[in-house]
Design a protein. Sequence first.
Length: 514
Amino acid sequence: MIRKELVKLIKEAAKKLYKEEAEVRIERPENSVFGDYSTNVAMVLNKNPNEIASAIKSDLIERVEVKNGFVNFFISKDYLVKELKEILKEKEKFGQVRLGKGKKVNVEFISANPTGPLTLGNGRGGFCGDVLANVLNRADFKAEREYYVNDAGEQIRKLGHSVFGDQEAVYQGPYIEELKKKIKGNSVEDVGKRAAKVILEEMIKPSVRKMGIDFDVWFSESNLYKEKEDDKVLNLLKEKKLVYESEGALWFESTKFGDDKDRVLIKADGEKTYLASDTAYLKNKFKRGFKKLIFIWGADHYGYINRIKGAAEVMGYKKGDVDIIIMQLVRLIQGGQEVKMSKRTGIYVTIDELIDEVGLDAARFFFLARGNDSHLAFDLDLAKEQSEKNPVYYVQYAYARICSIISKISNSKFKIQNKFPDLKLLNKPVELDLIKQLIILPEIIEDTAKDYQVQRLPQYALDLASSFHRFYQECRVISEDIKLSQARLALIEATRIVLKNTLGLMGVSAPEKM
RNA sequence: GUCCCCAUAGCUCAACGGAUAGAGCGCAGCCCUGCGAAGGCUGAAAUGAUGGUUCGAUUCCCUCUGGGGACACCA
């Protein structure tokens, strides 16, 4: 990765010149007149940028320029050609970076209670988690996708009541009516449990499949109780003297770990709270060897962060081993008005409906393109209307165009073999720009594995597609000039590979025809 | 009341404290008798409001306005 090399070069130069260990930051300027990479190190150190510029020599770079205090680097063509060959060689493996060193990471997402269908909000977190796991695996982590099924406790009882249709019913919707016909029983617990199983198997799992997500583990809450893991964890907390009794309840001293108040583990009525089972669950994850935990939660779980981080610390995790990604909630707009989505009122848009209406690729791209902090107001009618204009097609179109050209080669009158193309023939700005765009996929993956900002991927896919479309407009691939044709063919093949890898990370299909 | 998040072009969204704030859709135009026009090119169009820190602020801090969320012996 050229970025790393440049940082190293700059650091060495700064050290030699000023005997200082500089914190070097490097960026890719938006405007290409400022080079391919650029650093502000001279301004930070308050030194003459020309000194630094002239101290840096490398065959990676064609030239170094100084403008407005920045030191700007222009990548050498030799390097571009070398990297292009690398892409063609590595194919679907191109983009891998060594960052995780095989570290086991657990990515837990969706984990919606089995009390109803998955809705838009679950879709948002679901796509994010799925893609994040893809990215982490590309960055040499060993990421597993996990869905925690809360199939015990209060909400299952409420589901039971709902299926009974008695006074304490809370959930509404067509699926409850279906369950009423299907499930008969005499105890609320029994009916609730059976209904939850039906919902999990016949609604949630099919939805998840439809979303293109494949969980490694479906972890059932009841399993914790079978092994009495909750009691064991409570004993452990007692041994560590992190609990106390007050007002008839048992409290966890989460304030010792940064929470703003202590939290109840066992209520005065003897029932355990969710924190108790969640702590047992954390212990369980620790025992399974996960070195890092990532949770993706809706913004409504914000208040739960500190106590879980505290509990994780007690269960063996260090600060920084637990990352919680808060997705802002999706609000629903219908007929220009916001309506409250709730499984309790029966008003919601399911993820199935969305995928049926706009297609999986458009749905994924739509959600992935937004940062987790963005507050999303979702209008299904608007989404339907816009789905044909979804930028995902811009990217897929680039892919289909490439495939179309490649397939033309076989019935071409020109004898174009792609064995040893002379890539140095690629000289036009649009060609070089395209190569520069191709070779940053590893950077994209590295950055995203570090900061979890998955919206970087659709952004990159669009940039890459744009570079290709501009290349296509200006350069004919198949022509009388056999040598040039070979070189360009290699270039579009590399583009195809990188596009496919990028779309693959997003879980979006790469159609050869559309 | 306390805490978290958000406010960028007509609309939906981007932008590690950096250079001329980027895209898509929409709008006004131009480009197919050569590999797919679901494309390319040109143009109009934006940082909610006051201060502050900084060589430099959409980004960090204060205040204000307007939204969303959280503050349980709920999940």
